[in-house]
Design a protein around this ligand. Structure first.
Ligand code: PLP
Length: 496
């Protein structure tokens, strides 16, 4: 089954010639403004899943990503994943499962936050930190990554690309508006290729400066400006891996059951019999993480339902419970205690809607969204649930605090506020006898204020974090001024 399918990429908008994984990796939006999607999702048989059971995380990552990255030689890909997920960046196991039966029988956490910045974004970004320099070296190019962050993405990118050849990172952050830990994870880096730029403004001001630079095609080319944002398919491919890993670990010891699946309808058929099916709950904002779960399910991983959890910014819960997608403006976005999910326009949702409607229908319906600001797909609601397995719920500040307390009382270890949104909605929607895995999207130490509010007492600050907080901070402060940003980039950008 390896490398035989057509896994080249096309654009959701239909205006891009089929493109390989490596080209998609180095480009942002498709030239027609759409998102790159695999022309055909690779399928994995029950026998292959079983064969993968004995692999380490880096080995599994090479197999799974290899189904999409058919233009990277297998030996090269194994070297890239070994470097990305090796002991320099992650403990062993890279993704530990933590049972929460004491909270609810069958509940478990999937530990995605063991990487250098204590959030799940490290798992995707560390792969890019290997794969992008690999491809740049082959092409004899350099890349200056320009981004804006409200916290987690910027630090994950900087830790993935620090010290890497042929790449530099210019990361804009809103002055004084990140948590202390998030800020220190970025500003403590002293690497010559990492440029922290604190903008006197809010996240949207940072984002607008990035957009302004990206709108200047000549400047972009002259300074080899690129991005590693959440719509990059390379990140999605790397995120599929941990859904496979989590299912394998959850089903270790109950593998006999799979033989029946191999003989029957195929574990991943939407209507087929699922052997040891699990439900997976995912704290969501931009629909990147859970879209990878949707791909894993389509590939044949026995995931019954994908439980989507939002915070008070619940555009995605609204979509999956009514079928109506109504993105909100940034002015309508609430600042919550799970800040990395404070998103009101889910960039990656376009990929799922393309799959849901099929290319032709998508091309005729999607412009409605641009025209009216609303896309009413309520006629598809039953399919979203029955065929694609999506269910959803909203969690509030009070829910987060209660979930943090409940997990802490049962296990003596807290969870972070984003993960708490996942636990809240999982507890609400989980079904008896069905193992339910909640993706832990960050470590509680990264968001100590909310954890302290939940538990009524400040938590001890780990030594590693105290070191970051105490370290010399490397940052340049600028007003919200495009010409100042241009000057900074022109002075420090790598040139080929
Ligand atoms: C980015 C992030 C999310 C949201 O993930 P999406 O892929 O954007 O849905 C949730 N939790 C944390 C901690 C994050 O950093």
């Amino acid at each position: 089954m390896h490398r035989t399918q057509d896994t080249s990429f096309i654009s959701t908008r239909g205006g891009m010639a089929p493109t390989g994984f490596l080209d998609v990796l180095l480009s942002g939006l498709a030239p027609d403004g759409g998102l790159a999607v695999p022309a055909e999702v690779p399928r994995v048989s029950a026998a292959t899943l079983e064969a993968w059971r004995s692999l380490s995380y880096p080995e599994l990552a090479a197999e799974v990503i290899g189904l999409y990255a058919t233009d990277i030689p297998a030996a090269d890909l194994r070297a890239l994943t070994a470097a990305a997920y090796g002991p320099e960046h992650f403990p062993d196991p890279v993704v530990p499962l933590r049972p929460l039966d004491a909270v609810a029988p069958g509940l478990a956490l999937v530990g995605l936050s063991e990487g250098p910045t204590m959030a799940f974004k490290d798992l995707a970004m560390q792969f890019l930190g290997q794969a992008i320099p690999y491809q740049l070296a082959r092409e004899g190019r350099v890349l200056n990554i320009l981004g804006a962050t409200s916290g987690d993405t910027g630090s994950a990118a900087e830790h993935a690309f620090r010290g890497r050849d042929g790449v530099s990172v210019f990361m804009l952050s809103p002055q004084g508006r990140m948590s202390d830990v998030q800020r220190a994870q970025m500003y403590s880096l002293a690497d010559a290729n990492i440029h922290n730029i604190a903008v006197d403004g809010v996240f949207d001001d940072c984002q607008n400066l990035v957009k302004a630079i990206n709108g200047d095609a000549a400047f972009k080319v002259e300074y080899a400006i690129g991005a590693v944002n959440s719509i990059n398919f390379g990140r999605i491919a790397a995120q599929v891996v941990y859904y496979v890993w989590a299912w394998l670990r959850a089903s270790d010891g109950v593998a006999e059951g799979l033989a029946g699946a191999a003989a029957g309808a195929g574990v991943g058929e939407p209507t087929g019999e699922r052997i040891f099916g699990v439900d997976v709950a995912v704290p969501s904002g931009n629909f990147g993480n859970i879209y990878a779960g949707h791909l894993a399910r389509t590939m044949g991983v026995p995931i019954r339902r994908l439980i989507l959890a939002t915070n008070e910014n619940n555009v995605l819960d609204e979509f999956f419970s009514t079928g109506v997608y109504r993105p909100r403006s940034s002015a309508q976005t609430l600042a919550t205690s799970s800040p990395s999910m404070d998103i009101s326009k889910a960039s990656n949702l376009e990929r799922f809607i393309w799959t849901l409607l099929g290319a032709e229908e998508f091309h005729s319906r999607w412009p409605e969204l641009e025209r009216t600001g609303v896309l009413d797909l309520s006629d598809q609601l039953a399919r979203m649930r029955d065929e694609f397995g999506f269910v959803s719920g909203t969690s509030t500040h009070a829910d987060r605090l209660a979930a943090i307390r409940r997990v802490h009382e049962a296990t003596a270890a807290p969870i972070d506020p984003h993960t708490a949104d996942g636990v809240t909605v999982a507890l609400r929607l989980m079904e008896p006898e069905v193992p339910t895995l909640v993706l832990e999207t960050a470590r509680p130490e990264k968001f100590p204020e909310t954890v302290a509010e939940a538990l009524g007492a400040p938590q001890p600050v780990p030594e590693a974090i105290q070191c970051l907080l105490d370290a010399e901070q490397h940052v340049v402060s600028i007003p919200c001024d495009e010409s100042r940003l241009r000057a900074l980039i022109a002075a420090d950008a790598l040139r080929s």
